[in-house]
Design a protein around this ligand. Structure first.
Ligand code: S3P
Length: 181
């Protein structure tokens, strides 16, 4: 299970698709699954049920996906604020896509439908960004910089670093077994 976390505009969905293709794993985006289950877009869930209801549903969907078969999973930017979700993430390989605030805003405002992200209407968005940074870092097993880098380069960086880590773990594991005799 490879999970991508980070603020809106970090490139979780784009990088997630690239990683999934390279790893031959299915890809899922928590927002998309939430929308399928609720039968409404995220924006409408926020407007009709309120943010706490969205966050509860978000946690439930993510916990279910983490209990299921391996995939590359992109989480919504606010998912790491839920303590229960952070707890569930301790069992996964979690990649934190770091993005600077200005770059995140430039990326998000450039998409065809910026209103699809209800948080953009918030006057305290910069404070929300700052509050979340330590939470992303806390759940991450790998942190990757995305500012001024194309998604392809970010995806390749993740694959290289995961491969190095897995081969090191494998050698450490073999070494430990050899030492035990
Ligand atoms: C949110 C981020 C969005 C989506 C919802 C709330 C947030 O996902 O879950 O609009 O709280 O940061 P992306 O990070 O994929 O845009």
């Amino acid at each position: 299970m490879i999970v991508l976390v980070g603020f809106m505009g970090a490139g979780k969905t784009t990088v997630g698709h690239l990683l999934a293709a390279r790893l031959e794993l299915p890809f899922a985006d928590s927002d998309q699954i939430i929308e399928q289950q609720a039968g409404r877009p995220v924006r409408q869930i926020f407007a009709e049920d309120g943010e706490p209801a969205f966050r509860a549903l978000e946690h439930q969907v993510i916990a279910g996906l983490l209990d299921g078969p391996d995939l590359v999973l992109a989480l919504g930017g606010g998912a790491a604020e839920h303590p229960g979700t952070r707890e569930k993430l301790t069992a996964a390989q979690v990649v934190y896509l770091q993005v600077g605030y200005d770059q995140a805003m430039a990326r998000i405002r450039g998409v065809p439908d910026p209103e699809s992200r209800p948080l953009l209407a918030r006057p305290d968005l910069a404070a929300t960004y700052r509050r979340r940074l330590p939470l992303y870092a806390a759940v991450a097993t790998l942190t990757v910089r995305t500012d001024d880098r194309p998604a392809q380069a970010v995806s390749q960086d993740i694959l290289t670093r995961l491969t190095i880590r897995l081969s090191l773990l494998d050698r450490t594991d073999r070494g430990a077994r050899t030492r035990k005799g």
